[in-house]
Design a protein around this ligand. Structure first.
Ligand SMILES: O=C(NCCCCc1cc2cnccc2s1)c1cc(-c2ccc(F)cc2)cc(O)c1O
Ligand SMILES: [Mg+2]
Length: 214
């Protein structure tokens, strides 16, 4: 059967990247998406904002919802302190297989725990399966209609602490209106919008950073 876009992206990384060099993997993916095939990675513009928030938070516990090909996983993992691991959830097994290879090519496999499944099923298992008390940093980049139910799930499962930072991709395009309304109007969050563009395009998009106030 015909290859998938993530599989063609992996080939581009192996051809144009340098093994063990995360920056070269990031560049190879961005080049592929700009010159070969658009793909729904967070991209370089929003990726720089992601980098700055991760650096500012310097988290010890990290969760990413939506691995896709591992582009943002690599961006986050390369910035984590030694010994810190990030948990990333992916629903699609074919994409998860590609992501594992891209993360390994970057040399970051020891800093990443990739779990296949849906957020609704896996979030309630975080404490028992991974010994997590609370998350310092959460990157939301999965089904856009799951952002709101999943933030409520985080609250219900006691996975947030005073100061936990949630960063959400695509709050404009494709859009997450109910999530935005919730975090911007809830007294339990302090929210800030970072304007940018949909990855590799001129279409308006942005990231919403929300700090849990306890
Ligand atoms: O759908 C998007 N990302 C989610 C893929 C969901 C798969 C998963 C569900 C799930 C559930 N539980 C755990 C893990 C996971 S992973 C997405 C789409 C666009 C886009 C596409 C077309 C377009 F014209 C304009 C924008 C841009 C983006 O940046 C995106 O992130
Ligand atoms: Mg996205």
């Amino acid at each position: 059967t015909r290859s998938t876009r993530p599989q063609r992206m992996l080939k581009a990384v192996q051809k144009n990247g340098t093994k063990g060099n995360p920056e070269s993997v990031i560049s190879a993916i961005d080049y592929f998406c700009k010159h070969s095939e658009w793909a729904m990675n967070v991209g370089d513009e929003k990726g720089s904002i992601l980098d700055s928030v991760v650096t500012e938070v310097n988290p010890s516990t990290v969760l990413e919802l939506g691995t896709y090909c591992g582009y943002s996983t690599v961006r986050i993992a390369r910035l984590l302190s030694p010994g810190t691991k990030l948990i990333t959830l992916e629903f699609n097994p074919v994409n998860a297989a590609v992501a594992r290879q891209i993360i390994a090519y970057a040399g970051l496999q020891d800093k990443v725990i990739l779990v296949e499944g849906s957020s609704g099923d896996l979030i309630p298992q975080m404490k028992e399966r991974f010994g997590i008390m609370t998350f310092d940093f959460i990157f939301l980049d999965h089904w856009k209609d799951r952002y709101l139910p999943d933030i409520k799930l985080f609250e219900e499962c006691g996975l947030l602490r005073k100061g936990s930072v949630l960063l959400a991709d695509n709050v404009i395009c494709p859009g997450t209106p109910e999530y935005l309304e919730y975090v911007r109007n809830s007294p339990r969050y302090e929210s800030k919008y970072y304007p940018a563009h949909l990855e590799y395009t001129k279409v308006e998009d942005g990231l919403e950073k929300s700090v849990f106030l306890g």
